[in-house]
Ligand binder design. Structure first.
Ligand code: NI
Length: 255
């Protein structure tokens, strides 16, 4: 069986056919799915979905592109959502310098990220981190502010060197559709070097559909394509990849 450890089924792209999407996931062997909020509203939505479907779990948090949504009140309300036993993580939180070029706003992103790492510590929950074009600051914050926390750098896009530093902290990396792209850069090198217990597979649906679905809406069933590519690159069977990535997900998120 497979676990899609990162997606967004609360997204409007799934409003009309979510039941079919869940059915196709099940048919493909994807038995558990973790949806992540990016705003307060979407954090509420993923928590509600998790209550309604046994195979769904949720992470709550404010995404770096949504930092205006974050304040002390939001933080308290995220903690209230996390009281549900189907909420298994704080995320997705982190830094996004791809879309944010302003130095002051980047500092605000860092403050909001660190505040939510504190929230995860208070709630005793693992963390799902978004890092886009902000590898140095993300690693520095993990090394200085998150040594006692557990988590994953989702949709990993950094260098092999950064990955080794992340693994030293005991944090995992999440691998998605880009691994199957022709321009997957250093990612194949990273996953070939990865210890088995440091890898998760994910879709980030509706975004980043893997080949041969590239360009279409992504969905949890397609996580199998990521597993297949990992198996090829690492010279393992798809069954092995499924087994150890699912075990890693269960261990990290307690699902
Ligand atoms: Ni995401």
């Amino acid at each position: 069986m497979f676990i899609d450890t990162h997606c967004h089924l609360e997204d409007e792209n799934f409003f009309t056919d979510r039941a079919d999407v869940l059915q196709r996931a099940k048919a493909a062997g994807v038995e558990q799915i973790i949806n992540f909020g990016s705003t307060f509203q979407s954090s509420v939505a993923v928590s509600e979905l998790a209550k309604n479907f046994p195979q769904l779990f949720a992470g709550v948090g404010i995404h770096p592109e949504e930092i205006d949504d974050f304040n002390a009140d939001t933080c308290n309300r995220l903690a209230e959502l996390a009281a549900s036993e189907k909420v298994v993580a704080v995320g997705e939180i982190g830094l996004d310098y791809h879309w944010e070029k302003d130095a002051d706003r980047r500092l605000v992103q860092q403050k909001v990220f660190i505040a939510q790492l504190d929230l995860a510590r208070q709630l005793n929950l693992p963390v799902c981190v978004h890092d886009r074009d902000a590898h140095a600051d993300t690693l520095r914050i993990l090394q200085t502010e998150a040594r006692d926390l557990r988590g994953v750098l989702h949709c990993y896009s950094g260098s092999p060197e950064t990955a080794r530093e992340v693994w030293k902290l005991g944090w995992l990396i999440g691998v998605d559709g880009p691994l199957t792209f022709k321009n997957s850069a250093k990612l194949p090198e990273v996953v070939k070097a990865a210890p088995r217990d440091m890898l998760l597979i994910e879709t980030d649906a509706p975004y980043l559909a893997p080949v041969p679905h590239r360009g279409k809406r992504n969905e949890p069933a397609f996580v199998v394509e990521v597993a297949k590519k990992l198996a090829t690159l690492r010279n393992e069977s798809v069954e092995e990849v499924a087994a150890y990535t699912a075990a890693n997900a269960r261990r990290l998120y307690g699902i």
